[in-house]
Design a protein around this ligand. Structure first.
Ligand SMILES: [Zn+2]
Length: 230
């Protein structure tokens, strides 16, 4: 099975969780990948239990009894993007076409986890490309966004990865990706700017070279001005 383009990040993530689980031991190889999924699951649940306990919680009380299990399943789901097979994902959805107008998919719902706090950031992605003989089935673009969102991310990298993937898959004349998201680590903590949204963009090929084309794209996604993005 193909672990995707960023398979190496998987180990980093699991290592961190395992370290949390067994803070009192010196572990030579902290990855339990070789021991299999069962061992990883136990380590993850142990880590959650340890986290709760050390935050002063009673892990034996009713409401928390199954929390480690639920949290483990949740993280497996929210971080499943590392093991999504990108080849299978676009399988049978690449079409040869004689069409070279802008293709736009806007308002793609996006849920990800920031890698600094493991808290959600939630928003929308807008994706456009100009074909160069090949197009991708429209339903695949939200799935590409999902694949990269379901990882520990920073918004800038997520935006670039979506663009990279489309560039490699379609070799288009241009790719544009804009992501706008609210970060729970910013809205729930510290300065609590509840409405602050972060906007990131990646422009490739013609979108980078041609300001008029960029403006057209921004108008399509409902942003009057490109000033705030560039
Ligand atoms: Zn954060």
């Amino acid at each position: 099975m193909n672990n995707g383009r960023n398979g190496s990040q998987k180990n980093y993530t699991l290592n961190s969780l395992v370290e949390l689980a067994e803070p009192e031991f010196e572990v030579e190889n902290t990855s339990l990948a070789v021991a299999g999924e069962e061992a990883q699951n136990m380590a993850i649940e142990g880590a959650v239990r340890s986290l709760l306990m050390n935050l002063g919680e009673d892990t034996e009380r009713d409401g928390l009894l199954n929390t480690p299990l639920r949290v483990r399943k949740m993280y497996r789901e929210l971080l499943s993007g590392y093991t999504t097979d990108p080849v299978a994902l676009i399988n049978n959805a690449l079409f040869e076409v004689d069409y070279n107008e802008m293709v736009i998919v806007r308002d793609i719902e996006l849920h990800s986890l920031c890698e600094h706090h493991m808290l959600p950031f939630i928003g929308k992605a807008h994706v456009a490309y100009i074909p160069n003989g090949k197009v991708l089935g429209l339903s695949k673009i939200p799935r590409i966004v999902d694949m990269f969102s379901r990882r520990l991310q920073v918004q800038e990298r997520l935006t670039a990865q979506i663009a990279d993937f489309l560039e490699e898959t379609l070799q288009p004349q241009g790719v544009a990706v804009v992501v706008e998201a609210a970060h729970m680590c910013a809205t729930m903590r510290g300065v609590k700017k509840a409405n602050a949204r972060m906007v990131t963009s990646t422009m490739r090929g013609q979108f980078r070279e041609d300001a008029e084309l960029r403006r057209e794209f921004m108008e399509h996604i409902g942003r009057a001005s490109t000033q705030e993005l560039f």
